[in-house]
Ligand binder design. Structure first.
Ligand code: GLN
Length: 448
């Protein structure tokens, strides 16, 4: 399996550009050891996988897509999710490209390379976990872990025609994940099938004493309930998710999917998430505020590249950050710093927090009467490289259907749901109650 993975990488990754760093020597050694291992009972025995490059891997370069960390070749520890994969004998093939510090929706904001959409290399793979989604979609690895703060697992999964799960906030440990917005970041699996996805989540989920935001609950056996069917499942379809800005072909694909659900014994009704129209604005204020704080540590002293062009300490800080961060990251740092400063804190930051509470309540209200929410993952299929790089707002609007889920902390999955006229994959999004990944997976599996 490991050989097949590296062969496939050699065959296609020149065009796809998904990998930033390969782990070939170590992976081969590990594979040889596994060959002679009598105990093949481990849950991910020998399965080749890749990590988004913001997930810490001991002694394997971890850059978060940034020049700031381009020489971070020897991280001292593994993220908790990596430790859990190691315990189950999965084999890490390499590290995958991403928008710098997970800020972006197209992979064009990586400071190293731009990953291509495997279905058509003129198009973006989505982001920020574009490398992970493209690597799985092009058969280079069996699964990848990504991170999702505002859609970064689900949106690239939709664009690349694979399955991506953003778990409930607090289900998966963030220890060893390079922080973007700590109140929303979650790690989750990207796979070819819903079953694979559930299998990987079973391994990486669970409380962790290194991340106090993880919840102490037993991890359910998601895979055991997959085939139980969805008779009687109550589906809510928010009208905002099929409204203005959503492409007709995307709408049609979702309506077709709802017919499949009806035929399987589920019912659906139109509902409203009235505050979702404020979600993008609230998200970009809150995530930038948290992001600017998280990135304060990269000063060229404790963390990150140090500029060689400074001759005093203040310039050293300034130049290290000016040279180390890309344009989009600087934009977020500025937005976040303004949002948190005196005079704007009440009018912007606090207000956005209040909007977040209202959005969370919208979801709670719906989940009093329904089991899942279904809609598209993105308003349009993948866009062309370069199409949205000029205007950040058009890029941000691409996240309008994924962001509310992160603000509310609930789980959401994207799975393939047909193709656009141009032959690009479309994504169906299924959103569940807090910690009810079981129902989300069951509903996804029934449609798949
Ligand atoms: N595209 C969104 C952003 O740029 C979401 C990113 C993410 O989920 N990490 O912030």
């Amino acid at each position: 399996l490991v050989d097949t993975s590296y062969n496939r990488i050699k065959e296609v990754d020149d065009q796809i550009q998904a990998f930033l760093t390969l782990n070939e020597e170590n992976a081969q050694v590990q594979a040889k050891e596994l060959d002679t291992d009598a105990d093949k009972s481990k849950r991910l025995f020998g399965i080749p996988n890749g990590m988004k490059d913001n997930i810490m891997t001991k002694n394997l370069r971890t850059t978060a897509g940034s020049q700031m960390l381009k020489n971070f070749d020897e991280p001292l520890f593994n993220a908790t999710v990596v430790e859990k994969l190691n315990e189950e004998k999965a084999v890490i093939i390499g590290k995958l490209n991403m928008d710098e510090f997970a800020m972006g929706s197209s992979n064009e904001k990586s400071s190293f390379q731009t990953t291509r959409n495997p279905w058509n290399t003129d198009y973006v793979p989505g982001g920020s976990s574009g490398g992970p989604a493209a690597a799985v979609a092009s058969g280079q690895i069996k699964f990848a872990l990504g991170s999702d703060t505002g859609g970064s697992i689900r949106q690239p999964a939709a664009f690349c025609g694979v399955v991506g799960m953003k778990p409930t906030y607090g289900l998966v440990s963030r220890f060893g994940l390079v922080a973007f917005a700590s109140s929303m970041d979650q790690i989750g699996p990207i796979t070819n099938t819903v079953e694979d996805n559930a299998r990987v989540l079973e391994v990486i989920a669970g409380s962790d004493k290194m991340d106090m935001t993880t919840v102490n609950k037993e991890v359910p056996a998601y895979t055991e309930k997959l085939a139980d069917g969805i008779k009687g499942l109550k589906i809510a379809v928010p009208k905002e998710y099929l409204g203005e800005g959503v492409a007709p072909e995307v709408k049609n694909a979702v309506m077709d999917a709802l017919k499949v659900y009806e035929s399987l014994g589920a019912t659906w009704e139109e509902v409203s998430l009235p505050h979702s129209k404020y979600a993008v604005a609230a998200y970009y204020l809150l995530s930038s505020a948290e992001g600017s704080t998280a990135l304060a540590r990269y000063d060229g002293v404790r963390y990150g590249e140090r500029s060689k062009n400074a001759d005093n300490m203040i310039d050293m800080y300034k130049l290290s950050r000016s040279e180390g961060f890309g344009e989009e990251v600087k934009r977020r740092i500025m937005l976040g710093s303004i949002t948190l400063s005196a005079g704007y804190h009440d009018t912007h930051f606090q207000k956005a927090q209040k909007v977040r509470t209202l959005i969370k309540r919208d979801f709670e209200d719906i989940f009093e009467n329904y089991d899942v929410i279904i809609g598209p993952t993105t308003p349009t299929p993948a866009f062309k490289l370069g199409e949205k790089t000029e205007n950040p707002l058009t890029m941000y609007m691409n996240d309008v259907l994924t962001i509310p889920v992160n603000l509310a902390g609930v789980p959401g999955i994207s799975l393939p749901c047909g193709f656009s006229e141009e032959g690009l994959p479309l994504g169906l999004q299924i959103i569940g109650k807090h910690f009810d990944e079981s129902t989300v997976y069951r509903a996804a599996h029934a449609y798949e």
